[in-house]
Design a protein around this ligand. Structure first.
Ligand SMILES: Cc1cc2nc3c(=O)[nH]c(=O)nc-3n(C[C@H](O)[C@H](O)[C@H](O)COP(=O)(O)OP(=O)(O)OC[C@H]3O[C@@H](n4cnc5c(N)ncnc54)[C@H](O)[C@@H]3O)c2cc1C
Length: 472
């Protein structure tokens, strides 16, 4: 039987691969990594991502070698590589994991066209999502199932939705063709990733989270000082499958002695994983929305946000966490994104592009979906949901544990209320460091009101009365 070329891009693992089940039993697989110009440019844009990617590729190659194969690396244009490797191996099929963001979807189309041009079958498989997209096929009422998150979630959460593991093993071809060296961080002007990476490490992280921290997830997800699962990073490089994560978490529900707290954590976590699938399915939608005209592409005030000196402690702490670690607590992300879109009046792409410089996780469809969502351009309904950053600070971080961790100028504070009193000039504090931290750069309430007024005027001019819900 002719072998299949398996192009690795985002799903850098061998276990629980839907692609193996989609191939005829016994098909030999040639694992291929093509680093063409576009790919190299994309990787080089963010040194953290480059480092993590290289470490994940190295771990993948080690897994392949354990199974008697190895990764075939080529630094050449995609079309000539596919043609030459197919010729040398006799491959008749090119398979890969489907991508969900607009640029990724264009890459999918390009790969498909290349395969077809060379008379090969193109096979793109849904690997990242936890639940089969077929479950959301258009129903009798013409509802595509993923227009509204709540409707989506009901179907997603149905017991039969959780897929069983894909246990089809790959038949990996022994390496016959010479490979170029594996990608190395230096190639992308990056340093080595300071930790261990790979599918085994990711599965161990998942197990630790399910056993030790799932119990407090419901609290952690709204409390910036507490860690959430951290699984977004390995999920975004496909070191774990969404299926695997959901299955492992659902297994806990079988425990008859489950604490109410843990049940709440599981439900909250599953909702987060469902949101991931929801936004991945919706990820390719890049049609500009008319509301986007209410936002601007540039503002001199943006520098204060980028430098984490807005005077809004939760916003600044979030930006400092991002720059220092490559991630930001999920509860703080929405606050910073709302501040960027509504208080500064900036187009969602401005904030997203800034974050892209620092984030290690690499899931463009989730970045786009969440930023649009934060700007009020939800998939299912459009309206501005403006978050008050000071109220969120008091609510989510009352002891200022998170803020003090990331803003050393505020390290001597006793709690969030004390900071508020100082910022409102109702309290004088005689420690020097606090004077180095700015007071709020703008009046949040005034900005929110101004935005809503602009929004209402625009709405009245463009939409019939009562048509607040927009169904795209
Ligand atoms: C403005 C904004 C931008 C974001 N940008 C990105 C991004 O670039 N890349 C990215 O992977 N995630 C992004 N997210 C989603 C979410 O914040 C991260 O996935 C999460 O912080 C990762 O940390 P965690 O794994 O500890 O999350 P947990 O809270 O432990 O969540 C578990 C998993 O659920 C999924 N999940 C949780 N929240 C969301 C969400 N809002 N949307 C989709 N999936 C979710 C993720 O896969 C996550 O790993 C963004 C959210 C916001 C509000």
């Amino acid at each position: 039987m002719n072998p299949t070329l398996l192009c690795f891009d985002r799903d850098l693992r061998l276990t629980d691969r839907a692609i193996f089940a989609a191939l005829e039993p016994g098909t030999q697989i040639v694992p291929l990594l093509v680093l063409d110009r576009r790919r190299i440019e994309r990787i080089a844009r963010n040194p953290r991502r480059a480092a993590y990617f290289c470490a994940a590729v190295e771990a993948l190659d080690a897994e392949l070698r354990l199974r008697g194969s190895r990764l075939l690396v080529r630094r050449a244009p995609l079309d000539t590589t596919i043609r030459s490797v197919a010729r040398a191996t006799g491959a008749r099929v090119v398979a890969w994991s489907k991508r969900y963001d607009p640029a990724g979807a264009r890459e999918d189309l390009r790969l498909q066209a290349i395969a077809e041009e060379h008379g090969m079958r193109a096979l793109a498989v849904h690997e990242a999502v936890a639940v089969d997209p077929e479950r959301f096929a258009i129903d009798d009422e013409g509802d595509a199932g993923f227009r509204s998150f709540n409707a989506f979630y009901r179907r997603w959460r149905a017991p039969e939705s959780v897929r069983s593991p894909v246990d089809a093993a790959a038949h990996l071809s022994p390496s016959v063709l010479p490979s170029e060296p594996l990608p190395h961080p230096e190639e992308f002007a990056a340093s080595c990733f300071p930790g261990t990476v790979g599918e085994r490490v990711a599965r161990a992280e998942l197990e630790r989270f399910v056993n030790d921290r799932l119990v407090e997830y419901a609290r952690a997800v709204r409390t910036p000082a507490l860690p959430t699962s951290g699984l977004g990073l390995p999920l975004s490089y496909g070191l774990l499958s969404g299926r695997d994560v959901v299955r492992n978490v659902c297994k806990r529900l079988e425990d008859p002695f489950l604490l109410a707290e843990e049940r709440a954590g599981i439900e909250r976590f599953l909702r987060a994983m469902a949101r991931r699938d929801f936004l991945l399915f919706a990820g390719c939608d890049e049609a500009p929305q008319p509301e986007e005209r209410l936002f601007t592409r540039a503002s001199a005030e943006f520098a204060a946000l980028a430098e984490a000196r807005t005077g809004f402690p939760l916003v600044d702490a979030g930006m400092r966490e991002l720059v220092a670690t490559g991630t930001m607590h999920p509860a703080v992300r929405s606050v910073v994104a709302s501040f960027c879109c509504f208080d500064l009046g900036l187009d969602w792409r401005v904030g997203m592009e800034e974050w892209e410089r620092y984030l290690t996780e690499d899931e463009p469809a989730l970045a786009i979906g969440n930023w649009r969502w934060s700007a009020g351009l939800r998939v299912d309904m459009h309206f501005p949901r403006i978050i008050d950053p000071q109220r969120q600070f008091l609510r989510g971080d009352p002891q200022a544990r998170y803020v003090r961790r990331w803003i050393p100028e505020l390290a001597l504070l006793s709690d969030a209320r004390q900071l508020h009193a100082w910022q409102d000039r109702q309290l004088a504090l005689d420690f020097f460091e606090i004077e180095r931290y700015p007071r709020p750069m703008l009046d949040h309430r005034a900005r929110a009101v101004a935005f809503l007024e602009r929004y209402s005027l625009w709405r009245a001019a463009t939409q019939p009365v009562g048509a607040l819900r927009s169904s795209r």
